[in-house]
Design a binder for this molecule. Structure first.
Ligand SMILES: NC(=O)c1ccc[n+]([C@@H]2O[C@H](COP(=O)([O-])OP(=O)(O)OC[C@H]3O[C@@H](n4cnc5c(N)ncnc54)[C@H](OP(=O)(O)O)[C@@H]3O)[C@@H](O)[C@H]2O)c1
Length: 249
């Protein structure tokens, strides 16, 4: 790895938008992308798929279960030991769908552990490494318009069956992680963005497919490449959408 490589960590990079983003980032020879995966097998399969694209950037996989704080701590220690810094963090992993029969209480707690507490603990664990970046460190918290009070208040209906209330609540929680983290870190030099990819093909839920009107995965992932390259630095702290604009909070 060249010392100029931009080390970029994407949680939940074995699937959907995170995997696509990893493949797009390694088009750049200067990117060294670490994808994380709960399942080592799924993570290794994703690495093989991305390596088969024959792009010049580097890809590797490390294991992470966001619902286990000790897994987050171990990952941060491993990255520190190997690279001593991190240049960009994409808090991408999330849970949006549950098998039949899981109680509302369990769906709510699991959604918060994965989609709110996990990304916050990632920020805490990786902040010292991000602050060691020789460039402007960048963070994307991967949220959703479904976490915007304004967007949800203006929805006429929800076209995909039962409204996934725990998911909506958790994304509103993630939006506050972004806002309060920025308030708490006014003195540090970095850029942090909250991002919504739009309705996109992935494994998030049973409706994230073309037949239900979801856009191709690259449309949701590609705008994050520009964000990570610094094109949106003037919009630090904002809730960006995939069309180049901003979402209301
Ligand atoms: N697709 C959309 O329409 C849409 C719209 C708005 C926002 N988003 C956001 O986009 C991001 C990416 O989602 P996606 O649509 O690409 O869905 P996806 O294909 O389901 O990817 C989600 C990833 O998160 C991982 N994950 C789930 N729970 C985890 C845990 N406890 N620990 C570590 N990793 C975990 C999954 O791993 P496993 O494979 O092990 O489950 C998977 O790699 C999410 O933040 C989502 O909320 C998506």
């Amino acid at each position: 790895m060249s010392s100029n490589s931009l080390i970029t960590l994407i949680t939940g990079g074995n699937s959907g938008i995170g995997k696509c983003l990893a493949g797009l980032l390694v088009e750049d020879a200067n990117r060294h992308v670490i994808i994380t995966s709960r399942s080592v097998d799924k993570g290794n399969a994703a690495v093989k798929e991305i390596e088969a694209l024959s792009h010049p950037g580097k890809i590797e996989m490390m294991q992470l279960d966001l619902t286990r704080p000790e897994s987050i701590t171990k990952l941060a220690k491993d990255v520190e030991r190997k690279y001593g810094r991190l240049d960009a963090l994409v808090n991408n992993a999330a849970i949006g769908d549950f098998p039949e029969g899981i109680s509302l209480s369990d769906r709510m707690q699991e959604s918060y552990r994965t989609n709110v507490t996990g990304p916050l603990l990632m920020l805490e664990a990786f902040w010292p490494l991000l602050m060691k970046s020789q460039t402007t460190p960048r963070v994307i918290n991967h949220s959703s318009g479904a976490g915007s009070l304004t967007v949800v208040n203006n929805m006429q209906d929800w076209p995909h069956g039962e409204v996934p209330i725990p998911y909506f609540c958790s994304k509103a929680g993630l939006n506050m992680v972004s806002a309060s983290w920025i308030l708490a870190h006014k003195k540090d030099d970095y850029k942090l963005f909250t991002y919504c990819p739009g309705f996109t093909e992935s494994n998030l839920g049973p409706h994230n497919n073309q037949a239900s009107g979801a856009q191709p995965v690259e449309k949701g992932a590609r705008p994050m490449v520009a964000i990570l390259n610094g094109d949106k630095d003037a919009e630090h702290g904002k809730f960006l959408n995939h069309q180049g604009g901003q979402h209301p909070w």
